[in-house]
Design a protein around this ligand. Structure first.
Ligand code: PDD
Length: 286
């Protein structure tokens, strides 16, 4: 299937969409991105993703590439043109093409590069992995110290995913100073009794948009929420563990470094939070 993608104001067949070899995103990973999920042909938590995009751009002294209305129109157009019922939209904004390579930022009025494309995933909400859960390994967190900015600098997370694959599991959880930071591309949680524990927001982790909603639904469902670091040993001894992201919603984690968590099967809390998240976010989709 040939996708219709978006590049700098144009909707084009994917093989016709190009970006310069001098683009700062290509040469310097000088760009930020967002991934928005689509359910029933509608955008999930788009407001949250736009807010975080602005924050990432602001932290890197980049101007907004266009208005928020233009961004939502473009996302909806891509969903319609590609007939997406369930899937994701990837949006990337880079500092643009200065026409050469230099460590110095180009002038602020250089137009940014904006690229977006759809990923068609018909069983996103019904992913088989959610029924069996993820197995994860722990690896050292070797990323830079501004993980709160959603940059396209994803080499180490990608290496972490490959380490997991090589170990025959689904994902890696990063560990720094003895505590879990997050997963390769998701936030990490454990459950102890009625308490849900996840690392507090800081520059150590990405401020997940799914995290905000899941913690709100958890509090509304009378769970206690505790935001603090936890160790791999504490996670292995917890009743349940799970990860969240726009790409996986709430994903039970059933094994960490070869040790089963709880019963070794998706637990009732993660399963309930996944259902709550999907129900509520579908209602609020735009
Ligand atoms: N990743 N932490 C990291 C390091 C991430 O890359 C992501 C998202 C999250 C979860 O954020 P959110 O709930 O807003 O999706 C946490 C996206 C899905 C990706 O890179 O594909």
């Amino acid at each position: 299937m040939t996708r219709t993608v978006y590049v700098n104001g144009h909707y084009l067949p994917e093989h016709e969409a190009t970006v310069s070899i001098f683009d700062r995103g290509f040469l310097m990973a000088d760009g930020v991105y967002e991934v928005t999920s689509v359910l029933d042909g509608k955008l999930i938590d788009f407001d949250g993703h736009i807010k975080r995009l602005h924050r990432s751009l602001g932290e890197l002294d980049m101007a907004a590439p266009c208005s928020d209305e233009d961004l939502i129109t473009m996302h909806r157009e891509l969903v319609a043109l590609n007939n997406i019922d369930q899937g994701m939209i990837y949006l990337q904004v880079t500092r643009g093409n200065p026409g050469d390579r230099s460590f110095v930022f180009p002038p602020a009025d250089l137009p940014p590069t904006i690229v977006a494309f759809t990923q068609d995933i018909p069983n996103l909400a019904d992913a088989p992995a959610a029924k069996t859960g993820f197995k994860v390994i722990s690896i050292p967190d070797l990323r830079w110290d501004r993980r709160d900015i959603k940059t396209v600098q994803l080499l180490y997370p990608s290496m972490g995913k490959m380490m997991a694959k090589k170990a025959g599991v689904d994902d890696s959880w990063f560990v720094e100073d003895g505590a879990v930071t997050e997963g390769t591309s998701n936030n990490a949680y454990i459950v102890k009794g009625n308490r849900i524990i996840t690392r507090q927001l800081s520059t150590d982790i990405l401020h997940g948009i799914t995290r905000v909603a899941v913690l709100r639904f958890a509090a509304e469902a009378q769970f206690e929420v505790e935001e603090r670091p936890f160790t791999i040993e504490e996670a292995q001894g917890a009743d349940e563990a799970f990860s969240t992201a726009a790409s996986i919603f709430v994903m039970p984690v059933v094994e960490i470094d070869g040790k089963p968590v709880g019963t070794g099967k998706p637990g009732p809390v993660a399963t309930r939070l996944r259902e709550l998240y999907l129900d509520e976010m579908r209602k609020a989709a735009v």
